[in-house]
Design a protein around this ligand. Sequence first.
Ligand code: GDP
Length: 193
Amino acid sequence: MKINQVEFIISAVQPSQYPKDGLPEIALAGRSNVGKSSLINKLCNRKNIARTSQKPGKTQTLNYYKINDKFYFVDVPGYGYAKVSKKEKQAWGRMLETYFTTNKQLKAVIQIVDLRHPPSNDDQQMYEFLKYYEIPTIIVATKADKIPKGKLQKHQKIVKEVLNIEPNDPITLFSAHSGFGKDELWRTISQYL
Ligand code: GDP
């Protein structure tokens, strides 16, 4: 996809702040530090639209970016950061639950995992959460540049097995450093818009 325009719209903390223009939304979720900001920046050919290395766990907002005036990327705050209190985790869960259950424009969630390691318990819970709400999910396994070519398939298989990915949910291997998987991911995203 050719990206002509990327516009930061709002950090929404409650449903009344979600945009009301009816454009489709693709949300992005992942463990803190997994490479979510880098992925958004790479997809949009920008250096710094999604700030990389934000203080993990501190943002409890949904950040809306309008792409080409056609759809939104919705950046979901990272999960799995150990120092977050139980209360903050609950607030995060409630916010996502509200978003998932009230937002009719949400077309799919891109769940980002680290291809180097088997998905964590938090990753598994996130995927189960998405499936519970019957949200189409695109799994992206990033940092593929860290895995030797000959081992990519083996790592992909582990991600699929540990998350127990449903047959209709696509998986894409990705690297924000090399751009590997970018065209494939755009093709997949386009199918959900
Ligand atoms: P976020 O917290 O999920 O938004 O993660 P960031 O995008 O800030 O990335 C966390 C760290 O992982 C940074 O040091 C990035 O440079 C690194 N990183 C992100 N994507 C990749 C990737 O595709 N390959 C490699 N090797 N490192 C990556």
